[in-house]
Design a binder for this molecule. Structure first.
Ligand code: NAD
Ligand code: SER
Length: 318
Protein backbone atom coordinates (compact mmCIF):
# COMPACT_ATOMS: atom_id res chain seq x y z
CA UNK A 1 0.00 0.00 0.00
CA UNK A 2 1.38 3.47 -0.85
CA UNK A 3 1.37 6.12 1.89
CA UNK A 4 -1.73 8.35 1.77
CA UNK A 5 -1.10 11.61 -0.15
CA UNK A 6 -1.14 13.62 3.11
CA UNK A 7 -3.10 14.17 6.31
CA UNK A 8 -5.75 16.63 5.16
CA UNK A 9 -9.46 15.87 5.33
CA UNK A 10 -11.99 15.92 2.47
CA UNK A 11 -15.72 16.20 3.27
CA UNK A 12 -18.24 15.32 0.54
CA UNK A 13 -21.79 16.71 0.72
CA UNK A 14 -20.36 19.35 3.05
CA UNK A 15 -23.16 21.90 2.55
CA UNK A 16 -25.80 19.58 3.99
CA UNK A 17 -27.24 19.40 7.49
CA UNK A 18 -24.41 17.35 9.00
CA UNK A 19 -21.57 18.71 6.86
CA UNK A 20 -22.25 22.27 7.98
CA UNK A 21 -21.55 21.34 11.60
CA UNK A 22 -18.92 18.66 10.90
CA UNK A 23 -16.72 20.91 8.74
CA UNK A 24 -16.71 23.52 11.50
CA UNK A 25 -15.76 20.93 14.14
CA UNK A 26 -13.03 19.43 11.94
CA UNK A 27 -11.58 22.89 11.20
CA UNK A 28 -11.48 23.69 14.90
CA UNK A 29 -9.43 20.50 15.40
CA UNK A 30 -7.15 20.46 12.37
CA UNK A 31 -7.07 24.10 11.20
CA UNK A 32 -9.16 25.63 8.41
CA UNK A 33 -6.76 24.92 5.56
CA UNK A 34 -6.51 21.23 6.45
CA UNK A 35 -10.21 20.55 5.82
CA UNK A 36 -11.47 20.69 2.23
CA UNK A 37 -15.24 21.01 2.03
CA UNK A 38 -16.90 19.83 -1.19
CA UNK A 39 -20.39 19.56 -2.60
CA UNK A 40 -22.13 19.36 -5.95
CA UNK A 41 -23.58 22.87 -5.46
CA UNK A 42 -22.11 26.32 -4.78
CA UNK A 43 -21.35 27.22 -1.16
CA UNK A 44 -22.83 30.74 -1.21
CA UNK A 45 -24.31 31.70 2.15
CA UNK A 46 -22.96 28.78 4.19
CA UNK A 47 -20.66 30.64 6.56
CA UNK A 48 -19.43 27.47 8.35
CA UNK A 49 -18.15 25.98 5.11
CA UNK A 50 -16.94 29.27 3.58
CA UNK A 51 -14.32 29.70 6.34
CA UNK A 52 -11.83 27.46 4.46
CA UNK A 53 -11.17 25.64 1.19
CA UNK A 54 -14.22 24.58 -0.82
CA UNK A 55 -14.43 22.71 -4.15
CA UNK A 56 -17.30 21.64 -6.36
CA UNK A 57 -17.16 17.84 -6.49
CA UNK A 58 -19.69 15.28 -7.73
CA UNK A 59 -19.24 12.06 -5.73
CA UNK A 60 -19.91 10.04 -8.85
CA UNK A 61 -16.61 11.35 -10.26
CA UNK A 62 -14.06 8.83 -8.92
CA UNK A 63 -11.17 10.36 -10.87
CA UNK A 64 -12.10 13.82 -9.56
CA UNK A 65 -12.05 12.54 -5.96
CA UNK A 66 -8.66 10.80 -6.45
CA UNK A 67 -7.20 13.83 -8.16
CA UNK A 68 -8.23 16.22 -5.34
CA UNK A 69 -6.89 13.79 -2.75
CA UNK A 70 -3.54 13.52 -4.60
CA UNK A 71 -3.12 17.21 -5.34
CA UNK A 72 -4.28 18.50 -1.93
CA UNK A 73 -2.69 15.79 0.23
CA UNK A 74 -5.81 14.17 1.68
CA UNK A 75 -5.65 11.21 4.08
CA UNK A 76 -9.27 10.91 5.27
CA UNK A 77 -12.67 11.32 3.60
CA UNK A 78 -15.88 12.03 5.49
CA UNK A 79 -18.42 10.96 2.87
CA UNK A 80 -21.72 12.73 3.56
CA UNK A 81 -23.12 13.23 0.04
CA UNK A 82 -26.42 11.34 -0.31
CA UNK A 83 -30.14 11.69 -0.92
CA UNK A 84 -32.20 11.28 2.26
CA UNK A 85 -35.35 9.19 2.63
CA UNK A 86 -38.15 11.53 1.55
CA UNK A 87 -36.27 12.91 -1.46
CA UNK A 88 -34.85 9.46 -2.25
CA UNK A 89 -38.24 7.71 -2.34
CA UNK A 90 -39.46 10.28 -4.86
CA UNK A 91 -36.67 9.26 -7.28
CA UNK A 92 -35.44 5.76 -6.35
CA UNK A 93 -33.08 5.45 -9.36
CA UNK A 94 -31.32 8.69 -8.53
CA UNK A 95 -31.20 7.68 -4.86
CA UNK A 96 -29.49 4.39 -5.75
CA UNK A 97 -27.14 6.13 -8.17
CA UNK A 98 -25.96 8.78 -5.70
CA UNK A 99 -26.01 6.78 -2.48
CA UNK A 100 -24.55 3.52 -3.80
CA UNK A 101 -22.62 4.92 -6.79
CA UNK A 102 -21.17 7.76 -4.70
CA UNK A 103 -20.04 5.36 -1.98
CA UNK A 104 -18.33 3.12 -4.55
CA UNK A 105 -16.54 6.16 -6.03
CA UNK A 106 -15.27 7.23 -2.62
CA UNK A 107 -14.17 3.70 -1.71
CA UNK A 108 -12.41 3.26 -5.06
CA UNK A 109 -10.52 6.54 -4.52
CA UNK A 110 -9.70 5.38 -0.99
CA UNK A 111 -8.37 2.06 -2.29
CA UNK A 112 -6.21 3.83 -4.87
CA UNK A 113 -4.83 6.48 -2.47
CA UNK A 114 -4.85 4.51 0.81
CA UNK A 115 -7.36 6.84 2.52
CA UNK A 116 -9.43 6.36 5.67
CA UNK A 117 -13.18 6.66 5.07
CA UNK A 118 -16.05 7.66 7.34
CA UNK A 119 -19.35 6.81 5.61
CA UNK A 120 -22.53 7.17 7.69
CA UNK A 121 -25.31 4.65 7.75
CA UNK A 122 -28.79 5.23 9.20
CA UNK A 123 -31.48 3.73 11.41
CA UNK A 124 -33.29 3.39 8.06
CA UNK A 125 -31.37 0.11 7.58
CA UNK A 126 -34.06 -1.47 9.78
CA UNK A 127 -37.48 -2.43 8.48
CA UNK A 128 -40.84 -3.50 9.92
CA UNK A 129 -39.50 -6.95 10.94
CA UNK A 130 -36.98 -5.37 13.31
CA UNK A 131 -37.92 -5.20 17.02
CA UNK A 132 -39.12 -1.70 17.99
CA UNK A 133 -35.99 -1.45 20.17
CA UNK A 134 -33.46 -2.36 17.47
CA UNK A 135 -30.25 -4.06 18.50
CA UNK A 136 -26.99 -4.09 16.57
CA UNK A 137 -27.87 -7.47 15.09
CA UNK A 138 -31.57 -6.94 14.35
CA UNK A 139 -32.52 -7.93 10.78
CA UNK A 140 -31.78 -5.41 8.02
CA UNK A 141 -34.82 -5.60 5.74
CA UNK A 142 -35.79 -2.00 5.00
CA UNK A 143 -38.87 -1.19 2.92
CA UNK A 144 -37.49 2.16 1.68
CA UNK A 145 -35.05 2.42 -1.22
CA UNK A 146 -33.07 4.85 0.92
CA UNK A 147 -32.76 2.15 3.60
CA UNK A 148 -31.65 -0.39 0.99
CA UNK A 149 -28.89 1.98 -0.15
CA UNK A 150 -27.70 2.28 3.45
CA UNK A 151 -27.59 -1.52 3.90
CA UNK A 152 -25.60 -1.71 0.64
CA UNK A 153 -23.33 1.11 1.86
CA UNK A 154 -22.47 -0.90 4.97
CA UNK A 155 -21.81 -4.02 2.86
CA UNK A 156 -19.53 -2.07 0.50
CA UNK A 157 -17.60 -0.54 3.40
CA UNK A 158 -17.13 -4.03 4.87
CA UNK A 159 -16.02 -5.42 1.51
CA UNK A 160 -13.37 -2.71 0.98
CA UNK A 161 -12.15 -3.20 4.54
CA UNK A 162 -11.84 -6.97 4.20
CA UNK A 163 -10.63 -7.24 0.59
CA UNK A 164 -8.53 -4.11 0.20
CA UNK A 165 -7.69 -3.15 3.79
CA UNK A 166 -9.36 0.27 3.47
CA UNK A 167 -9.99 1.71 6.96
CA UNK A 168 -13.78 2.19 6.80
CA UNK A 169 -16.02 3.26 9.68
CA UNK A 170 -19.63 4.37 10.08
CA UNK A 171 -22.50 5.07 12.46
CA UNK A 172 -26.19 4.34 11.96
CA UNK A 173 -27.28 7.90 12.70
CA UNK A 174 -30.76 8.40 14.11
CA UNK A 175 -32.75 11.54 13.15
CA UNK A 176 -30.39 14.45 13.75
CA UNK A 177 -31.58 17.77 15.11
CA UNK A 178 -29.62 20.95 14.34
CA UNK A 179 -30.17 24.60 13.44
CA UNK A 180 -27.17 25.78 11.38
CA UNK A 181 -28.36 24.22 8.09
CA UNK A 182 -31.83 23.09 7.05
CA UNK A 183 -32.63 19.38 7.21
CA UNK A 184 -31.98 17.81 3.82
CA UNK A 185 -35.22 16.05 2.81
CA UNK A 186 -35.57 13.19 5.30
CA UNK A 187 -38.46 11.72 7.25
CA UNK A 188 -37.11 13.08 10.54
CA UNK A 189 -37.09 16.67 9.18
CA UNK A 190 -40.24 17.48 11.20
CA UNK A 191 -38.11 17.43 14.36
CA UNK A 192 -36.00 20.27 12.90
CA UNK A 193 -38.65 22.29 11.04
CA UNK A 194 -40.87 22.44 14.12
CA UNK A 195 -38.39 24.67 15.99
CA UNK A 196 -38.18 27.25 13.19
CA UNK A 197 -41.97 27.24 12.81
CA UNK A 198 -42.51 27.58 16.59
CA UNK A 199 -40.29 30.65 16.82
CA UNK A 200 -41.22 32.27 13.49
CA UNK A 201 -44.93 31.43 13.05
CA UNK A 202 -46.05 30.09 16.44
CA UNK A 203 -47.57 27.12 14.61
CA UNK A 204 -46.43 23.92 12.87
CA UNK A 205 -48.24 21.40 10.71
CA UNK A 206 -46.51 18.11 11.46
CA UNK A 207 -46.42 15.41 8.76
CA UNK A 208 -46.37 12.46 11.17
CA UNK A 209 -48.86 11.43 13.90
CA UNK A 210 -48.21 12.61 17.48
CA UNK A 211 -47.55 9.01 18.64
CA UNK A 212 -44.71 8.58 16.09
CA UNK A 213 -41.66 7.68 18.14
CA UNK A 214 -38.19 7.61 16.55
CA UNK A 215 -34.56 7.51 17.64
CA UNK A 216 -33.10 11.06 17.62
CA UNK A 217 -29.94 12.91 18.61
CA UNK A 218 -28.79 16.51 18.94
CA UNK A 219 -26.16 17.38 16.32
CA UNK A 220 -23.35 18.10 18.83
CA UNK A 221 -23.68 14.55 20.12
CA UNK A 222 -23.66 13.17 16.55
CA UNK A 223 -20.51 15.14 15.66
CA UNK A 224 -18.86 14.10 18.89
CA UNK A 225 -19.72 10.43 18.22
CA UNK A 226 -18.32 10.70 14.68
CA UNK A 227 -15.01 12.19 15.82
CA UNK A 228 -14.80 9.75 18.69
CA UNK A 229 -15.25 6.75 16.35
CA UNK A 230 -12.61 8.14 13.98
CA UNK A 231 -10.22 8.69 16.93
CA UNK A 232 -10.63 5.09 18.13
CA UNK A 233 -7.86 2.57 17.72
CA UNK A 234 -8.63 -0.06 15.06
CA UNK A 235 -7.90 -2.69 17.73
CA UNK A 236 -10.99 -1.58 19.69
CA UNK A 237 -13.38 -1.87 16.76
CA UNK A 238 -15.19 -5.09 15.96
CA UNK A 239 -17.26 -6.31 13.04
CA UNK A 240 -19.87 -3.56 13.40
CA UNK A 241 -17.39 -0.76 12.68
CA UNK A 242 -19.05 0.07 9.34
CA UNK A 243 -22.47 0.67 10.90
CA UNK A 244 -22.63 1.06 14.67
CA UNK A 245 -25.91 1.52 16.48
CA UNK A 246 -25.18 4.29 18.97
CA UNK A 247 -27.02 5.18 22.17
CA UNK A 248 -29.58 7.89 21.38
CA UNK A 249 -32.78 9.55 22.51
CA UNK A 250 -36.25 8.27 21.70
CA UNK A 251 -39.27 10.58 21.81
CA UNK A 252 -42.59 10.94 20.03
CA UNK A 253 -43.63 13.91 17.91
CA UNK A 254 -46.25 14.68 20.59
CA UNK A 255 -43.61 14.72 23.35
CA UNK A 256 -41.48 17.07 21.24
CA UNK A 257 -44.47 19.40 20.78
CA UNK A 258 -45.08 19.38 24.56
CA UNK A 259 -41.43 20.21 25.29
CA UNK A 260 -41.52 23.15 22.86
CA UNK A 261 -44.93 24.34 24.13
CA UNK A 262 -43.50 24.48 27.67
CA UNK A 263 -40.95 27.00 26.40
CA UNK A 264 -42.66 28.90 23.55
CA UNK A 265 -45.82 30.61 24.71
CA UNK A 266 -48.84 30.12 22.46
CA UNK A 267 -47.18 27.50 20.20
CA UNK A 268 -49.67 25.20 18.51
CA UNK A 269 -49.20 22.16 16.28
CA UNK A 270 -51.59 20.10 14.21
CA UNK A 271 -50.86 16.73 12.66
CA UNK A 272 -51.50 15.92 8.99
CA UNK A 273 -49.62 12.71 8.18
CA UNK A 274 -48.35 12.24 4.62
CA UNK A 275 -46.36 9.48 2.90
CA UNK A 276 -43.44 10.04 5.29
CA UNK A 277 -45.59 8.45 8.03
CA UNK A 278 -45.11 5.09 6.26
CA UNK A 279 -41.32 5.46 6.29
CA UNK A 280 -41.34 6.45 9.97
CA UNK A 281 -43.62 3.51 10.85
CA UNK A 282 -41.17 1.11 9.20
CA UNK A 283 -38.28 2.24 11.45
CA UNK A 284 -37.59 1.34 15.09
CA UNK A 285 -38.72 3.51 18.01
CA UNK A 286 -35.39 3.26 19.77
CA UNK A 287 -31.91 1.85 19.39
CA UNK A 288 -29.69 -0.33 21.55
CA UNK A 289 -26.26 1.28 21.26
CA UNK A 290 -24.53 -0.75 23.94
CA UNK A 291 -21.89 -2.14 21.55
CA UNK A 292 -20.64 1.39 20.73
CA UNK A 293 -20.52 2.09 24.47
CA UNK A 294 -18.48 -1.07 25.04
CA UNK A 295 -16.11 -0.84 22.07
CA UNK A 296 -15.36 2.87 21.91
CA UNK A 297 -16.93 4.20 25.07
CA UNK A 298 -19.41 6.72 23.71
CA UNK A 299 -22.62 8.12 25.27
CA UNK A 300 -24.69 11.22 24.37
CA UNK A 301 -24.79 14.36 26.54
CA UNK A 302 -28.10 15.93 25.46
CA UNK A 303 -31.52 14.76 26.63
CA UNK A 304 -34.83 16.03 25.20
CA UNK A 305 -34.96 19.06 27.54
CA UNK A 306 -31.41 20.26 26.84
CA UNK A 307 -31.79 19.57 23.10
CA UNK A 308 -34.93 21.75 22.98
CA UNK A 309 -33.21 24.50 24.98
CA UNK A 310 -30.20 24.45 22.64
CA UNK A 311 -32.33 24.52 19.48
CA UNK A 312 -34.42 27.46 20.69
CA UNK A 313 -31.30 29.31 21.86
CA UNK A 314 -29.47 28.66 18.58
CA UNK A 315 -32.32 29.67 16.26
CA UNK A 316 -33.18 32.82 18.19
CA UNK A 317 -29.46 33.76 18.39
CA UNK A 318 -29.55 34.08 22.20
P1 NAD B 1 -28.18 16.55 3.41
O1 NAD B 1 -29.22 16.16 2.41
O2 NAD B 1 -28.47 17.66 4.33
O3 NAD B 1 -26.81 16.87 2.65
C1 NAD B 1 -26.33 16.07 1.60
C2 NAD B 1 -25.47 16.92 0.71
O4 NAD B 1 -25.03 16.11 -0.38
C3 NAD B 1 -26.19 18.13 0.10
O5 NAD B 1 -25.51 19.32 0.43
C4 NAD B 1 -26.16 17.86 -1.41
O6 NAD B 1 -25.97 19.02 -2.20
C5 NAD B 1 -24.97 16.92 -1.52
N1 NAD B 1 -25.02 16.08 -2.72
C6 NAD B 1 -26.07 15.48 -3.29
N2 NAD B 1 -25.70 14.82 -4.39
C7 NAD B 1 -24.36 14.98 -4.51
C8 NAD B 1 -23.38 14.52 -5.43
N3 NAD B 1 -23.73 13.77 -6.49
N4 NAD B 1 -22.10 14.88 -5.24
C9 NAD B 1 -21.75 15.64 -4.18
N5 NAD B 1 -22.62 16.12 -3.29
C10 NAD B 1 -23.93 15.79 -3.45
O7 NAD B 1 -27.80 15.22 4.21
P2 NAD B 1 -27.25 15.11 5.71
O8 NAD B 1 -28.42 15.14 6.61
O9 NAD B 1 -26.14 16.05 5.93
O10 NAD B 1 -26.74 13.59 5.69
C11 NAD B 1 -25.39 13.24 5.46
C12 NAD B 1 -25.25 11.74 5.57
O11 NAD B 1 -25.73 11.29 6.84
C13 NAD B 1 -26.07 10.95 4.52
O12 NAD B 1 -25.34 9.79 4.18
C14 NAD B 1 -27.32 10.55 5.27
O13 NAD B 1 -27.90 9.39 4.74
C15 NAD B 1 -26.75 10.31 6.66
N6 NAD B 1 -27.77 10.41 7.69
C16 NAD B 1 -28.33 11.62 8.01
C17 NAD B 1 -29.30 11.68 9.00
C18 NAD B 1 -29.95 12.98 9.41
O14 NAD B 1 -30.87 12.97 10.24
N7 NAD B 1 -29.51 14.11 8.88
C19 NAD B 1 -29.70 10.51 9.66
C20 NAD B 1 -29.14 9.30 9.28
C21 NAD B 1 -28.15 9.25 8.31
N1 SER C 1 -32.92 11.33 9.07
C1 SER C 1 -32.83 10.46 7.94
C2 SER C 1 -34.06 10.52 7.13
O1 SER C 1 -35.10 10.81 7.68
C3 SER C 1 -32.64 9.03 8.42
O2 SER C 1 -31.55 8.50 7.77
O3 SER C 1 -34.00 10.27 5.96
Amino acid sequence: MPDPPGDKVLVTGALGQIGTDLVQALRERHGSDAVIASDIRESAGNSSVEGGPFVILDVLDTDGISSICQSEGVGTIYHLAALLSAVGERDPDLCRRINVGGTISVLEAAKECNLRVYSPSSIAVFGPDSPKHATQDSPLNPTTVYGETKVTGEALAREYLERFNVDTRGIRYPGLISYKAPAGGGTTDYAVEIFHAALNEGHYQCFVRPDTRLPMLYIDDAINATLSLMDSSEDDLGESRVGYNIPCLSFSAGELVDAISDRVQGFTCDFVPDVRQEYADSWPDSIDGSLAEEEWDWTPKYDLASLVDEMLRGISGR
